[in-house]
Design a protein. Sequence first.
Length: 282
Amino acid sequence: MDANKAIQYMLVSAFAFACMNSAVKYLVDMSAFQIVFFRSIGTVFLTYAYLYKKKIPAFGNNKKSLTLRSFVGVISMILFFMSTKYIPIGTAVSLRYLAPIFAAIFSIFLLKETIKHWQWLFFFIAFMGVLVLKGLDTELDNYGLLLAVASAVFSGLVFITISKIGKSEHPVVVVHYFMFISAIVGGLLSIPNWTNPEGWWEWFLLCSLGFFGYFGQVFLTKAFQVASTNLVAPLNYLEVIFTVFAGMLLFDEVYTLWSIVGILLIMLGLALNFWYKSKLQD
């Protein structure tokens, strides 16, 4: 186990995802469908190049499960990008991190798994964070909050479908399939809502979405490969911290005291749940 390398990889991953989130926020005047298209098409080229080099079939074997994973994933992505138009980007990212909770709840019905009593307490703490954001942060747009939570629900379904796929498919194949279908869906839906990018800067930001998203995922994977999940997973919340600071510095976003409390409660509940699960597996 190489803890130092894992931390370095997670810093790069969190920074890359924060850059992608910031680019999305800057492109707020474009439709979410158009952003999905550019986010996906950029990654498709990179994943295909990797699979071609490694001589791995690009579209896998379990096409039904891969298609289902891709469609719930693209719905989650669209809802998340839509939410960033109404609420601060850091808040949207923190709400998206509720996905493991929804995945755990879905697993009860779809995978016949059980949830321990302590986990329900930790889920309650995280949802208290959502209630604080909704009820006490009067400056937060409720529609944007609803979109972000809905995005987390569908992201939770992504976890379930990936669990069903298991190790039958190469991880890059799963990402490639997802990005390929997302590019098609985003491209078709963006046709009636197309906005021509203004100048080289907007073109650069659009093209950077796939780049940052791909490398964020690559370094996240690398971190899990060189160190234990117990060490790496909590560092994933660096994305929230980096994105919050980016929102304040680049977009003059204001986070009220209650919004900070809400975000911290969400992160605390999720971190405690992960810690508890890791203890059960020891």
